[in-house]
Design a protein around this ligand. Structure first.
Ligand SMILES: [Zn+2]
Length: 340
């Protein structure tokens, strides 16, 4: 398939995205709007270019913080959700499970309760306008230890909202190893919430083992260092532990892969693991979900049938109910067959 045909066809196939951070879906237009509102002057093209000129992880984090810093009130999140809606529509995503990380905003004085009201309102709006479901996982953060993570979880559960489905463990793995967070996962899972962990993104396979064995994480975010451990890959394949893989993000951080063609996504898929394609931070890494599918086709030799399986995996690995999953998979088959 030619590129234009590929994009138009794959856009029509309903997909789920399971690993994306909401602030990283913000558009450049929204960045300009927030900047003008905060500073009273326009954000120039040169400044925009500078903001996105990073080439390593620290540069990316600095840019991410700079964008977060532009928020001055809770209603600024309306822009983010409008951008999220457009992103989902552009990429043919019908179900999205996204991360939010409230700590930076609470630090600047935002009320968490008001944030949840804003999130619930915007999720409802997206559903009404497009039929797309957006569910949110709160990042308890691994950077400041277990107690801080438990406090975050407590704040989440004391302020529940429609669309909040559980917790994620994000941040630098080296600063907060998975094995330290077993108790907060136990609290979340036993209270009926979902719980997922970034693991094996910038630490070795033991981080993934710990996320599985100690945290009982229901999904692994990235998990790319699993490629170093045959037993782990077999265990994950046998138990169909879902992996949320974001190849462009992994190539950017350069920890375990230097190029898309050497990314272990292909190896995981061939081994029978339940792998899904995601974007992590689409604005910051310059790749949207359709780009990730195109890259898998052109740089990892995925056939259309294999990519269809990856799309079906995105629903299987989601937290939709069994009946919703089977309805979604039927819709995929139907859209797929409509090509003929
Ligand atoms: Zn992530």
């Amino acid at each position: 398939m030619e590129k234009a045909e590929f994009y138009s066809f794959y856009k029509r196939i309903p997909k789920a995205e399971l690993h994306i951070h909401i602030e990283a879906v913000i558009s450049k237009d929204s960045i300009r709007t927030l900047y003008l509102k905060k500073n009273g002057t326009a954000f120039s093209d040169a400044e925009m270019e500078k903001l996105f000129s990073y080439s390593d992880l620290n540069g990316f984090i600095a840019a991410f913080l700079q964008v977060q810093d532009l928020f001055t009130e809770v209603s600024d999140f309306d822009l983010v959700f409008e951008d999220l809606k457009n992103y989902l529509l552009r990429n043919g995503i019908v179900h999205c499970e996204a991360f939010f990380a409230p700590s930076a905003f609470i630090k600047k004085g935002f009320s968490y309760r008001e944030m949840t009201e804003n999130f619930a309102k915007n999720i409802r709006k997206i559903k009404e306008e497009t039929g797309i479901t957006v569910w949110l996982l709160g990042d308890v953060s691994r950077t400041f230890g277990l107690e801080n993570a438990e406090n975050n979880f407590k704040m989440f559960t004391e302020n529940p909202f429609d669309g909040f489905i559980g917790i994620g463990l994000g941040g630098a793995e080296s600063k907060g190893p998975s094995k330290d967070f077993g108790p907060v996962f136990e609290q979340a899972l036993s209270a009926g919430y979902h719980a997922v962990a970034h693991a094996g993104e910038d630490e070795g396979p033991e981080s993934i083992w710990d996320a599985i064995k100690i945290c009982h994480a229901q999904r692994i975010g990235h998990g790319i260092s699993a490629v170093q451990d045959e037993k782990l890959m077999d265990f994950c394949a046998e138990n169909q532990i879902p992996f949320e893989v974001a190849p462009t993000s992994n190539v950017f951080t350069k920890k375990y892969v230097k190029s898309l063609s050497e990314h272990p996504f292909r190896a995981f898929f061939d081994r029978g693991m339940l792998v899904t394609l995601n974007t992590d931070d689409p604005l910051f890494f310059g790749a949207e979900l359709l780009d990730e599918y195109w890259n898998a086709c052109t740089q990892m030799n995925f056939t259309d049938e294999e990519l269809k399986q990856v799309i079906l995996n995105s629903f299987k690995a989601s937290f939709l109910s069994e009946s919703e999953k089977s309805a979604a998979c039927s819709a995929v088959e139907e859209a797929w067959n409509a090509r003929k």
